[in-house]
Design a protein. Structure first.
Length: 192
């Protein structure tokens, strides 16, 4: 199943799970794609450039370039822009902080009937409003762990990196209890 990954989720797991995009993972299986506007969003944000300098290394660029979610013709592009306007109206009425690229991701997901991998609370709220299937990063990692695509050591490494950088997703502790209660003692030993 194709899944569109948003920028935040990509930045949280792409380095540790390289190559992240473009191959089947798990029994469902998930095949992650990135939106064509990721580069624009990343390269215009000095905080992202400084925090995640590895993103522009050749191997990550190559993986993204060959796994961009494509529009399927002119009519689909017009439909996506129409939905984008509806999402933008919702964003304004609810005073959400969804970026232009995030709204394009959600619009594309609606038109192409694809799930979105995101942890952004405003994107999750908007996905609920527009009935978009959403997957949080910890849920995705749990899926990979259950299917033995990644081991506990890798999970602990990823979560430890998030905690060290202060980049834990909203609902992190609750989601840890739900999906990874068995490794919490191990995780706490490595991060304290």
């Amino acid at each position: 199943m194709l899944v569109i990954i948003d920028s935040n989720s990509y930045l949280r797991i792409a380095r540790e799970l390289h190559p992240l995009l473009g191959h089947d993972m798990g029994t469902i299986p998930y095949n992650l794609k990135i939106h064509s506007n990721f580069e624009e969003e990343y390269n215009k944000n000095s905080r992202l450039l400084n925090t995640f300098p590895w993103v522009n290394a050749d191997e990550y660029l190559s993986n993204r370039k060959s796994n961009i979610i494509e529009y399927l013709g002119q009519n689909t592009g017009n439909d996506i822009l129409g939905i984008f306007n509806h999402i933008n109206g919702y964003k304004r009425s609810k005073r959400l902080s969804i970026s232009r690229v995030d709204m394009l991701i959600l619009s594309t997901a609606i038109i192409l009937e694809l799930p979105v991998l995101t942890d952004d609370p405003d994107m999750l709220q908007t996905a609920d409003e527009f009935e978009i299937t959403k997957i949080k990063t910890i849920e995705f990692l749990s899926h990979l762990h259950i299917n033995k695509d990644i081991n506990e050591h890798k999970i602990i490494e990823i979560f430890g990196f998030w905690e060290y950088n202060g980049d834990c997703p909203t609902g992190y502790n609750k989601d840890l209890l739900t999906h990874f209660a068995s490794i919490l003692p191990q995780l706490r030993k490595t991060t304290t």
